[in-house]
Design a protein around this ligand. Structure first.
Ligand code: ATP
Ligand code: MG
Length: 199
């Protein structure tokens, strides 16, 4: 099968605690620029780099990701990382995606500039680059550059700048400040309904 007929699948990994418009814009823009057939959002189970802080229950993060992506026919959500026991490593995500979708699918792993910068420190980094093409997106407050990935395995793209982070959303909820328009309406309502991030 030639690459022109291969299915093109984006993978947007994240803790999504909570999912916000920065994630959604990056995925949408990369889907457009790379002519992706679909972008699968993959909420982490236990993020290995965030073990020191309390992360919302995987089921809440999964449901928020479903709510935020439901209206986009090209977006979907996978449970593979939250259903895998133990800490989440992207190498496992990519191997499982490759297994599910087979050799006829090209994988594009989407990250923001901050995540891309740390990529070489991730477990089995060298193997990851054989499984997917990496797309690094601009993110306000972070410098976007190729951290030294193998030649031809990474693209750097500019996406509309949204200075939003999940950390700031959580802090705002805790402080009683609004998060309307930083996250989809359904996410504001879900956070309120479940009483998330209020400690
Ligand atoms: P936290 O503050 O909890 O780390 P976050 O906002 O960084 O949350 P993550 O779930 O850690 O969100 O990020 C998932 C992916 O989305 C990462 O690759 C990250 O770089 C990217 N990303 C997050 N926010 C933005 C944004 N505003 N613009 C572009 N990319 C983003
Ligand atoms: Mg982050």
């Amino acid at each position: 099968m030639t690459s022109s007929t291969a299915r093109r699948l984006g993978i947007m990994g994240g803790t999504f605690d909570p999912i916000h418009h920065g994630h959604l814009v990056a995925a949408s823009e990369v889907a457009h620029l790379f002519e992706l057939d679909e972008v699968v959002f993959v909420p982490t189970g236990r993020p290995w780099q965030k073990s020191e802080r309390k992360v919302a229950a995987a089921e809440d993060r999964y449901l928020m990701t479903v709510i935020a992506t439901a209206s986009n026919p090209r977006f979907s959500v996978s449970r593979i990382d939250i259903d895998r026991p133990g800490p989440t490593y992207t190498i496992d995500t990519l191997r499982e995606m490759r297994q599910i979708h087979g050799p006829g699918t090209e994988l594009f792993f989407i990250t923001g500039a901050d995540a891309l910068a740390k990529m070489l420190t991730w477990r089995n980094a060298a193997d990851m680059f054989t499984l997917a093409h990496f797309v690094g997106c601009t993110r306000p407050g972070h410098h976007l550059s190729d951290p030294g990935l193998p030649k031809g395995r990474v693209s750097l793209v500019e996406v509309p700048a949204l200075a939003i982070s999940s950390t700031e959303c959580r802090d705002r909820v805790r402080a009683g400040e609004p998060i309307w328009y930083l996250v989809p309406d359904g996410i504001v309502q879900y956070i309120n309904k479940r009483g998330l991030y209020r400690d």
